[in-house]
Design a protein around this ligand. Structure first.
Ligand code: HEM
Length: 491
C-alpha cells in the first residue's frame, strides 16, 4: 500500500497523494499523456500514482526509460494482468497476455521468423525487392487509382476509409495470402473495429483498475467483448480454411508456416518449452491485429500534416522528382537518397506521438530505479509522448519541423536526433514489426506523393486535437487531391 516501507538505502517513489478508492484517477483527465507529463515535471522521471486502488509506476525521461527497458530489460519486460487484456485473443495474446516467460520468448521468436520469411525475404517475382515491398506496391497502386476515381466522382473524400483497407491488405497478404476489395463489407466491418478497440485498450482505462467497474453491466465493456469475438471469428475462419488446404510442400503464408511449425517441431530449438497448437497459431492474431491500425494511423497523420503544411509537401515532391523521377515507382532502396522525406516521417512520428504510451509493462521482480524502490508486479506506464516533447531533448518541441532531423548540410539524417524519438518502444518488448511498419509508411507515402498532391479546404477549421487511445487518432476529415501526372501500371 501507499505507506509501505521500502528497503534501507532506497527512496519511496514520489507521487501525488491518492484519494480513497479512486486514487489519482481524476487527475488523469481525458488526456493522460498530457497530465502525466505535467506530473513528471513535479515529481520526476520515476513517479507513482494510484489508479483506482492499484499503484501504477509512470516512467518519463529518455535516460530513465533506457535504464529500465534496456539495462534492466528482464525486470521490466512483463505485462500486467489487466481486465481488458484478458478479453483480448482469449487471454492468450502474445502482445497483451501476462506471460513473459519461456513460452512468450519462444512465441516472440516465431513471430520474428514468420515476418522475416514472409516480409523481409526477397521477392521471387521482381529482383531487388522484398515480399513486403511487392505487396505494398500493388496495394499503393490500387489506392492511387481509387483516389483518382473518388476525385472524379466526388471531388473530396475521406482518405482514412480507403487507406485502412489498403494497409490491412498488406498484412493480409503476408498472414493469409489474400486481399479484399475496398467495398467488401465484411472486411470493412473488421478493419473499422480498431477505433473502439483502441479506446478500451488505452493505458489508464478505469475498468482495469477499479474492480467494481468489471462487475457492473457496461455497454462499453460488452462492446469490447463483442469486438474481440468478431475479430477472433474472422481470423479463425481463415485459419480453418488454411488447415483444409494445407500442403507442407507449398507453404503459402504466415498461417501456413505456423501450421507447419505446430505439426513438425513443437519444441523450440532454443529452449525446452512445448508450445500448444493454439499458442503457435494464435500468433497470427497478434500480427494481423498489430499490423494495420498502427500503419493506417501513421499514414492518416502524415496526410494531415501534409495538407496543413503545403510547403513541406512541395519539398518532398521535389525530392521525389529529382531522385526517382516519373518513370518508375519508389523502392525501399531509395530511402537513403531521400533524407527530407525520411525526416518528415520521423517528425510525423515524434510530433504526433500517436502511441503516447507503449502497451503497459509490469515488473517481474523487485528492483531499484533512480534510487527508488520498485516492487515486483507493479504496472508500468512508459510515457513516449513525454520523451518526444521534452524541452531538454528538443528545441521548440511543439513546432512541426522535419529539418530538426537533418544535419547542417540538409543532405543526411542526424543519427543522434533520430535516436531520441521514442515510437516503437525499447528493449525486450520493442515492436516486432518496426522494420515492416517503417517500410509501409515510407512506400505508401512516397507512392501517393509521387503521383498525387493533397489539399484541404478550410485548413483553419481543421481540428488537430487527437482522440486519446492506445493509438491516438485525429477526427476523420475530407481531403481533395489532384493527379500530378498519370503513371501506367507498368511494374
Ligand atoms: C508492439 C509501435 C507496426 C507488431 C508495439 C509497441 C509499440 C509499437 C509502441 C509496444 C512496445 C512496448 O510495449 O514496449 C508500432 C508502430 C508501428 C507498428 C508505431 C507502425 C508505424 C507494427 C507492425 C506489426 C507490429 C506492422 C506486425 C507486422 C507488434 C507486436 C507487438 C508490437 C506483435 C507486441 C510485442 C510484444 O508484446 O512482445 N508496436 N508498431 N507492429 N508491435 Fe508494433
Amino acid at each position: 500500500s501507499y505507506s509501505q516501507r521500502v528497503p534501507p538505502g532506497t527512496k519511496r517513489m514520489p507521487g501525488p497523494f491518492p484519494l480513497p478508492l479512486i486514487g489519482n484517477t481524476l487527475s488523469l483527465s481525458k488526456n493522460p499523456h498530457l497530465s502525466l507529463t505535467k506530473m513528471s515535471e513535479v515529481y520526476g522521471d520515476v513517479l507513482q500514482i494510484q489508479i483506482g486502488t492499484k499503484p501504477v509506476l509512470v516512467l518519463s525521461g529518455l535516460e530513465t526509460i533506457r535504464e529500465a527497458l534496456i539495462k534492466q530489460g528482464e525486470v521490466f519486460m512483463g505485462r500486467p494482468d489487466l481486465f481488458t487484456f484478458r478479453l483480448i485473443g482469449d487471454g492468450q495474446s502474445l502482445t497483451f497476455s501476462q506471460d513473459s516467460g519461456e513460452v512468450w520468448k519462444a512465441r516472440r521468436r516465431l513471430a520474428h521468423n514468420a515476418l522475416k520469411t514472409f516480409a523481409i525475404a526477397p521477392s521471387l517475382t521482381y529482383s531487388s525487392t522484398s515480399l513486403v515491398e511487392e505487396h505494398i506496391c500493388r496495394e499503393a497502386d490500387y489506392l492511387v487509382r481509387k483516389f483518382q476515381q473518388l476525385i472524379e466522382e466526388q471531388g473530396e473524400f475521406d482518405p482514412y476509409r480507403y487507406v485502412v483497407v489498403s494497409v490491412a491488405n498488406v498484412i493480409c497478404a503476408m498472414c493469409f495470402g489474400r486481399r479484399y476489395n475496398h467495398d467488401d463489407q465484411n472486411f470493412l466491418d473488421i478493419v473499422n473495429l480498431t477505433d473502439e478497440f483502441g479506446a478500451a485498450a488505452a493505458s489508464g482505462n478505469p475498468a482495469d483498475f477499479i474492480p467494481i467497474l468489471q462487475y457492473l453491466p457496461s455497454r462499453a465493456m460488452n462492446r469490447f467483448v463483442d469486438i474481440n469475438k468478431k475479430f477472433m471469428n474472422f481470423i479463425q475462419k481463415i485459419v480453418h480454411e488454411h488447415y483444409q488446404t494445407y500442403d507442407k510442400n507449398a507453404v503459402r503464408d504466415i498461417t501456413d508456416s505456423l501450421i507447419q511449425h505446430s505439426q513438425e517441431r513443437k519444441v523450440d530449438e532454443n529452449s525446452n518449452v512445448q508450445l500448444s497448437d493454439k499458442q503457435i497459431i494464435n500468433i497470427v492474431n497478434d500480427l494481423f491485429g498489430a499490423g494495420f491500425d498502427t500503419v493506417t494511423t501513421a499514414l492518416s497523420w502524415s496526410l494531415t500534416y501534409l495538407v496543413v503544411n503545403p510547403k513541406i509537401q512541395d519539398k518532398i515532391q521535389n525530392e521525389l522528382d529529382q531522385v526517382i523521377g516519373r518513370e518508375r515507382r519508389p523502392k525501399l532502396s531509395d530511402r537513403s537518397q531521400l533524407p527530407y522525406t525520411e525526416a518528415f516521417i520521423l517528425e510525423m512520428f515524434r510530433h504526433s506521438s500517436f502511441l503516447p504510451f507503449t502497451i503497459p509493462h509490469c515488473t517481474t521482480s523487485d528492483t531499484v530505479l533512480n534510487g527508488c524502490f520498485i516492487p515486483k508486479g507493479i504496472c508500468v506506464l512508459i510515457n513516449q509522448w513525454q520523451v518526444n516533447h521534452d524541452p531538454k531533448l528538443w528545441k521548440d518541441p511543439f513546432k512541426f519541423s522535419p529539418e530538426r532531423f537533418l544535419n547542417e548540410d540538409g543532405l543526411s539524417l542526424n543519427k543522434t536526433e533520430m535516436e531520441k524519438a521514442l515510437i516503437f518502444g525499447l528493449g525486450k518488448r520493442r515492436c516486432v514489426g518496426e522494420a515492416i511498419g517503417r517500410a509501409e509508411v515510407f512506400l505508401f507515402l512516397t507512392t501517393m506523393l509521387q503521383q498525387m498532391q493533397f489539399s484541404i479546404q478550410d485548413v483553419e477549421k481543421l481540428d488537430m486535437s487527437p482522440q486519446y487511445g492506445l493509438t491516438m487518432k485525429l477526427k476523420r476529415h475530407h481531403v481533395t487531391a489532384r493527379l500530378r501526372f498519370s503513371m501506367m501500371a507498368t511494374q
